[in-house]
Each structure stands twice: as C-alpha cells, then as structure tokens.
Design a protein around this ligand. Structure first.
Ligand code: SF4
Ligand code: SF4
Length: 636
C-alpha cells in the first residue's frame, strides 16, 4: 500500500517486522480490552433506544466533535481541544507524511496543550481526582511520544518545513548523514512503540472515553429534560392483574446497557461534582465519585460486591436534590439523576427508608399532601378572596393549580393570594379545584415511589379531563414540570404555564400596569425546575426589569449554572447530614452582591432561603420574595 511504503521507506526490514509484531500485539490487547467493556454493558437490562437517529447525530456533532460543553470552561476546554483534536490530526500525520509541514505546527500546539495540562494537574482547582498515578503514566507516555516525534522531525528530509524540525535539523546534521540514516529507524520504532503502548492501554485507562464518550453521546435518549424514566405502567398492571415487576436498581446489572455505557463514559472531569450543591454542602454525595464507583463495579471481576452498601451509601442517594446541575455540566451526557432515582426506587420498594420518608408517602396517600394536613383545609387560603372553583363560572381559561405549598404553607399562601390579585387585576378568567386538588406526587416520583406517582397522575388526569381543563397555570416549578413534561406520557394534554410566564405575557399585553420602583435592586435566583429543566430564564427577568428598571442583579451563578436551594428531590421532607446547607451558601452568595431583595419563583426556594436568611441573622437586610409578591406590590 502507498501509505505504508511511504512510512517504511527509510526503515530496514527487521524494524518493519518489529513494527508489525508490535502492531499485532497492540491490536490484540486493544480488542480484548474493549470486549471486556462491551461485555460489562451487555449484562445490563435491555433498553430500546427510541427517537430520531438524525437528531442524535446532530447532538453527537455538537457535544462530541465540536465539544460544545467542554469549551464552556475556557482553560479545560482549551487544553482538551488542543490535545484531542490536534492529537487526532497528529495520528493522521503519522500515516500521511504529506501533512508533514502542518503536523509540525500542530505538534507545537499539542506540546502547548501538554504544558497547560500539566500546569492544571499540578495546581488543581475543585475536587482532586482519584486516579493520579494512571494520569501520570498516560501523561508520561504522551510526553515521550511528543518528544520522540519532535526528534524525528529533526532527522526527517522535510525537517525545514516544520518549526521544531528546522531548529533541530542543523544540530542533527553535525552528526553526519550516515548516522542520521541509522538514527531515524530507531527513533521511528521508539515513537511507534510509544504510540502502540498508549493504544493498547486505552481500554484500561481514562482514555477509554475516546470510545465511550461518543457512543454515550449518541445513545443517550433524546427525551424531555424534565421527564424521569417510567419503569412500569401501573394502569396496564392493574388491567392485567400482573404486578410482577422488579423496580429500580438493586444490583449493577439492573441498570440498562445504555446506563452502564454511560457510567463507563465518565472522563473524570469533575464538572458535575464542582457544580453539585450536595457536594458543596458537605454531604456524602459527589456525582463524579458516584459514577466512578458504578463504573468500577460494572467492570469489576469481584462478583460478591453489591451495589447498595458495598458500593453506594444510601446517604449519597438521599442527598441529591435532583437539581440537574451535574447532567447540565456533563460533557458526555451522563444521566446522574436517572441513576440516582433508579437506586432510590429499589430502596423504596424494599422499605429501606427512614421514618420521615415513610411518613411522606403515607401523607401523600392518605390526605393528598406532603404536610399531612387535612384535605378539607386545602382551599382555606382563598377564604375571603372570592376565588371561583373550576366550573363555577363560564369561560374560565386557566385552572390555577395552587399546589401543596401554595395551599398549606403559610408563607407560600401569601404568594397564592398575590397571584390571585394579579390575575384578577388583569382580568384572567380562572378557577381552582379547591379541596379536590391533591398533590400530583412529583415528590413521590423523585424519592422513588413510582406507584404513588402514577396513581396520582391517573386520578388527576381523569379528573381534569372530565372537568374540561385545557390550560393550567401554577406558581410551583415542580408542579409545572410534572404537568408539562411527565403527565403527557399518562394521557394529559394540557397547556401548562408557570406563573412568571403568564405574568410576563399579561405585562406585554398591557393588562398589568406596574409602578416602577427605581430605587430597589433585585437579584433573581433561577429555580432548577424552571431554568435548567425547562429553559425559562427570561420571563422572570423581564418582570423584574419592569418592576425596577436597570436594577436586576445577576447572581454569580445564574441561568444554567444556577445553584440549587437544596429543597428539590424530596430534600424538603427529610434531613441530610451536611456541613452547610445549599440554601445558606446561596443566600451568602446573594448577600455579597448587595441587592435589596432576593427574588425567586418557587415555593421550595422561598422556604429554604427564608430559613437560611434567618439562620444567618438580620433577614430584613435582604428580604426573600416571590416574583408574584413583587408584582402584586407594584400594582398598589
Ligand atoms: S442532581 Fe444536583 S444534587 Fe443531585 S447529584 Fe446532580 S448536581 Fe448533585
Ligand atoms: S460524570 Fe460527566 S461531568 Fe462528571 S466527571 Fe464524569 S464526565 Fe465529568
């Protein structure tokens, strides 16, 4: 073949034979190593990958090849791009000498990437990696590869075309032409051996992500961000009478092959852990280490090691707020929340949960709210407000879904009243379900009680369909997400708005005239289930700007990077051991910006921040307000 005859043209036959033998050994080690990974994934549960292949290829190009998420972080993005893209081109250069001049310049950039990487390794920020010895080995081989490559450039007849070659060439020429002819094959073989040793080691190293990351990026389903997986169909089970189903992940092979591939795709980049509020607050959970443990377990040959207890501590699982910061950050699209909920499902199914979680599920089942308060008290917040029940008036457009916090929590009742005032002022025709409303069981699903969630979904969808509900508006981003993204799988066909979206629309339509409080600065905290889960960042900001022009304060971590209040994923309803609560970290962060008000748009955020504010002292310096409260105040 021309390629090989070009490569081998200055190399004596014994060297060529040695090259082929090394190549064959490398191929054997590489293929057997890769097979071990494929075997591990294939032991997982089956999963049919649905969805459009073209969309997945587009995502592979943007997330995988263009490295869009990786480039979000400038330093890491730059080093990764220099090493991966240029490294790949250099490998091509090995086989296509025609690229020699280009390769010379690329090699310089590659060397710069190595220097930057080493600087980062020696001066790490954030969480330290566990596999330092392996990184050192791989790093040394790559440095030796680069060094031998540079030396080869100096010996090459085309040395003058490359920057390093043109510097080294005159030095080598002093050795004489004969020595150079003898030196070149040895350098070439050393360089090849280093490349081969790296290739052979790929299946055992973090470089395996060169294979697993694109695969995972391709196979991760394109589903709604706010929808958790549906492990069984309760309705079908009730119809058939067959309740024989294994729920959740009891052992590593209870994850699907695609989830197991995902664990194996982790590049140990620490982005998820650096973004995780549970890690920041000193709980046992670090999403990267959790994924790493799952990966090690699936590749382990020790059949006696179990998932729960031996590998994963339940405290890690319960510390997750399902805020999705980890998934948002992960450059290879690993689905941490899905895995955590799968493991919670097993603990819940086995009854391996504490009293508070059991009480939570009991309250949801018996009185239809997590507070354990009577269902007959649900609509008491609306007394004296002349709020109509759904169906009580003709032409009602919106069902106002108050939610459990808006109905029972005295602090959030203030928000419900404010929102009613806003809708009435704007002439919105709405009604509430009153005492017929009950929890949609978003929280049950997230703590792993899938049956309770589906039961609530079936009952509420039937009720709302029977009553002719077409549009829902709610102040709770968790309810908003559930109705919008999770209920449709169970037959719901509602248009769902978050209250900030409706208020923003009413302002745009001129139906709300607000006083502009020029002197107050307002920092807005993006709730996870409104922002990261549903990409709604602008509606609340537009409202804040209307209330108080030019005085919207952006918190350092905002929009997709927003830092969770700590209340999601069920965390409001049980305690997790932590050194500093996420809400305290967030309120401190907000106070440093010095706004007059910290605004949010979620009952959990308001409750968590108010507690944190009281704990930190002088809560009056930065009151916590829901957007609806600010708007209602601006109406006066
Ligand atoms: S969802 Fe949030 S709390 Fe849970 S692991 Fe990810 S970043 Fe941490
Ligand atoms: S799970 Fe994703 S974000 Fe976290 S360390 Fe692994 S690759 Fe990085």
């Amino acid at each position: 073949m021309d390629i090989f005859s070009d490569v081998f043209q200055y190399v004596p036959l014994p060297f060529v034979i040695a090259w082929w033998i090394t190549a064959a050994i490398t191929a054997y080690l590489f293929i057997t190593g890769i097979r071990r990974h494929f075997h591990a994934w294939s032991q997982g549960r089956p999963e049919k990958i649905s969805g459009n292949g073209a969309s997945r290829i587009r995502r592979l190009i943007s997330s995988g090849l263009a490295q869009s998420k990786i480039l979000n972080k400038k330093y890491n993005g730059l080093t990764h791009a220099l090493l991966s893209i240029i490294g790949f081109l250099l490998l091509l250069g090995m086989f296509f000498p025609i690229l020699e001049a280009v390769v010379g310049y690329l090699a310089l950039l590659f060397g710069a990437g190595l220097v930057l990487l080493e600087y980062k390794r020696l001066k790490p920020t954030g969480t330290k990696l566990e596999t330092a010895w392996e990184d050192t080995y791989v790093y040394c081989v790559i440095v030796a590869m680069a060094a031998s490559g540079f030396l080869m450039m100096g010996v090459d007849t085309w040395a003058w075309t490359s920057p390093v070659g043109s510097v080294l060439s005159p030095i080598f020429l002093t050795l004489g032409a004969k020595t150079l002819v003898q030196l070149y094959p040895s350098l070439w073989l050393i360089h090849s051996a280093l490349v081969f040793s790296l290739i052979a080691y790929i299946p055992n190293s973090r470089l395996m992500h060169l294979i697993t990351s694109p695969l995972n990026t391709y196979y991760t389903p394109i589903t709604l961000k706010g929808e958790l997986s549906t492990p069984f169909d309760l309705k079908q089970m009730m119809e058939t009478g067959n309740f024989d189903v294994k729920v959740g992940a009891a052992e590593i092979d209870d994850f699907t092959w695609r989830q197991k591939l995902g664990f194996d795709a982790c590049t140990l980049c620490v982005r998820c852990t650096d973004a995780c509020p549970a890690t920041a607050s000193g709980t046992k959970l670090s999403p990267m280490h959790l994924i790493l443990k799952l990966k090690n377990l699936e590749l382990s040959l020790d059949g006696d090691r179990h998932l729960h207890g031996d590998t994963v501590d339940p405290e890690e699982l319960w510390a997750c707020t399902t805020c999705r910061a980890c998934v948002q950050e992960c450059p290879v699209l690993i689905q941490h929340v899905e895995a955590i909920v799968d493991m919670r499902r097993h603990l819940m199914a086995e009854g391996k949960v504490d009293r508070k979680k059991r009480d939570l599920i009991t309250s949801l089942s018996t009185v239809g709210n997590p507070y354990g308060l009577p269902s007959s008290d649900r609509a008491k917040w609306a007394e004296g407000l002349d709020v109509k029940l759904w169906g009580e008036e003709p032409e009602q457009e919106f069902l106002y879904w108050v939610g459990c916090a808006g109905s029972y929590d005295t602090r959030n009742q203030v928000v419900s009243r404010a929102f009613v005032k806003i809708m009435k002022t704007a002439g919105v025709r709405f009604g509430i379900l009153g005492n017929e409303e009950k929890c949609n069981c978003e929280v049950a699903r997230r703590v792993g009680e899938e049956g309770r969630f589906q039961q609530a979904a079936m009952e509420l969808i039937e009720l709302m369909n029977k009553r002719g509900v077409k549009k829902i508006v709610t102040q709770c981003p968790h309810c908003f997400n559930t109705f919008k993204n999770e209920y449709p799988r169970f037959g719901a066909k509602f248009e769902v708005l978050h209250h900030t979206q409706l208020i923003s629309k009413l302002i745009q339509e001129g139906k709300l005239k607000l006083k502009n409080g020029k002197n107050q600065t307002i920092a807005f905290h993006d709730p996870c289930y409104l922002g990261r889960y549903n990409d709604e960042y602008d509606a609340p900001r537009d409202i804040v700007r209307t209330i108080s022009s030019n005085s919207l304060v952006e918190l350092p971590r905002n929009r997709t990077k927003s830092f969770c209040c700590g209340g999601g994923g069920g965390n409001t309803w049980y305690s997790v051991e932590a050194s500093k609560k996420p809400s305290v970290i967030r309120v401190e962060e907000a106070r440093q910006m010095g706004p007059n008000i910290l605004a949010a748009a979620c009952p959990y955020c308001i409750a968590m921040f108010e507690d944190a504010s009281k704990a930190l002292g002088t809560p009056e310096t930065m009151p916590i307000k829901d957007i609806a409260e600010l708007v209602a105040q601006a109406l006066d």
